[in-house]
Write a protein that binds this ligand. Structure first.
Ligand code: EPU
Length: 425
């Protein structure tokens, strides 16, 4: 529950990137030796992927607040249970990681946020190019190869998941794999850096061509995950929507260029330093148009949050969703708070209003939940957000971080879908 209209002020530190952690944790099984991973965000998606690996006899030990030791020495090739896999989209990284390790993999079809059809044809295309055959049967994907052999892989779409999966499958392949039209997101680069620290030879991550020279063996490593670009952007917008003054630490400014540039257009002052960013908003919010695109474009994972901000801007803003088919479901909830938004397919037209009013709303997915938090921080009165399990999938200690900045936020119900997993970590 959030009692709105408190200006956020002060400093917070962001956690490690969810989407990097979700590929790096399964990638650790590619070695026989343990790896130590730090700056791991304390979120339920990390607990889910860890629980899936634990079921496969990988030993995962939590050290302190943000460090995991992952020891894959006794890993067993048993498929994860559907009950866990359906909760987390990134469980498809088990396919690439297991293929890279055992030359075969079997995983139930994954779940995750529900915003339209989420095909994995490009992942399958990549695996097939590396010499594997794929079958889908009874909700399971099974992939087998005599051996994985490097090849060229052209992705029809610069898919983050397909790029990462092909890299995972190819690091220990025989020969060279070249991915063209690869995704360039910071977490793709982070995964490549992690694998290289294990002794892999992955070159060009962050550009649209990635070359992977297969190596025979990977060793254990110690690695720190990059800061979460989307968590940072979310707090930048939270600062802006409340007319606050917030410094966010432990960030990489280069990852925030698209978000910074749009916030400046909206009338927010953003000052970067080497590893921090300060967001101050004193004046009226201006309208602006946004089209979401793969990196380095404006991230789709920030679209709901910035729409919540623009709901309070002067004038009409047009938001075009360029990545997902159906990522505007949250607008119905914002409308219940007084926002004036109409959606037609992949376009939303936002007529700015002077104020929003607190009520009971429901998070329909992770970033939708973040958008409702932002709206609630600015709204008149109290907002109760239901289904906060979605938010806890991707935001570490969000109530504490916002309270530290002066927000009036409290978790009033113990919705804790992953409580039993705490034991595993
Ligand atoms: N697509 C295909 N075929 C494929 C794969 C993707 O058509 O085989 C399409 C998708 O339907 C979508 C587009 O390509 O329209 C992009 O999908 P992508 O594969 O890049 O997305 P993803 O890997 O499933 C990751 C993030 C998402 C983020 C997208 C886009 C993880 C675990 N998830 O998903 O993050 O929205 O990239 O940047 O890394 C989030 O954090 O809230 C989140 C949803």
């Amino acid at each position: 529950m959030i009692d709105g209209r408190k200006k956020l002020k002060g400093k917070i530190s962001v956690s490690g990137a969810k989407n990097a952690a979700l590929s790096i944790i399964p990638a650790a099984i590619l070695s026989e030796e343990p790896s130590i991973i730090t700056n791991v965000p304390d979120i339920s998606d990390v607990r889910f992927i860890s629980e899936i690996l634990t079921q496969m006899n990988v030993r995962i030990r939590k050290i302190g607040d943000d460090t995991l030791e992952i020891d894959p020495k006794n890993i067993k090739q048993k498929p994860a249970t559907y009950d866990l896999v359906r909760r987390i989209r990134a469980s498809y990284y088990l396919l690439g990681a297991m293929l890279g390790k055992f030359s075969n993999a079997s995983v139930p079809l994954p779940g995750g946020c529900n915003f339209g059809v989420r095909p994995i044809d490009q992942h399958i295309k990549g695996f097939t190019r590396l010499g594997a055959s794929c079958k889908m049967n009874g909700g399971m994907i099974s992939i087998k190869a005599k051996k994985i052999v490097g090849n060229s892989v052209y992705l029809d779409i610069a898919s983050v998941g397909a790029t990462i999966n092909v890299v995972l499958a190819a690091v220990k392949a025989e020969g060279l794999t070249v991915i063209e039209n690869a995704a360039k997101e910071p977490h793709v680069v982070d995964l490549a850096n992690f694998l290289n620290s294990m002794g892999a030879d992955v070159r060009g991550a962050g550009t649209d061509m990635i070359k992977i020279y297969g190596v025979k063996k990977l060793k254990g490593t110690s690695y720190s995950i990059v800061p979460d670009q989307i968590e940072t952007g979310t707090y930048m917008i939270a600062a802006a929507v409340t007319g606050g003054d917030v410094t966010i630490e432990n960030i990489i400014p280069k990852h925030l260029e698209a978000i910074k540039s749009k916030l400046e257009e909206i009338g927010v002052k953003v000052t970067e330093k080497e590893s921090s960013i300060r967001v101050v908003r004193k004046s009226q919010l201006n309208r602006c148009n946004i089209k979401t695109m793969p990196h380095p474009g404006f991230p789709t994972d920030m679209q709901p949050q910035i729409s919540a901000l623009l709901a309070l801007a002067k004038g009409t803003s047009i938001i075009s969703e360029g990545v997902w088919d159906n990522r505007f479901r949250y607008t119905e909830e914002l409308k219940r708070m007084g926002a004036n938004i109409s959606v037609d397919g992949k376009i939303a037209v936002i007529e700015g209003v002077n104020s929003l009013t607190g009520t009971t709303v429901k998070a329909t997915d992770l970033r939708a939940g973040a958008a409702l938090v932002i709206a609630a921080l600015a709204a008149q009165g109290k907002t109760t957000i239901e289904n906060t399990g979605h938010i806890e999938r991707g935001y570490s200690k969000i109530c504490k971080k916002l309270s530290d900045l002066g927000a009036n936020i409290v978790k009033i119900d113990g919705e804790e879908p992953v409580l039993h997993l705490q034991k595993a970590l």
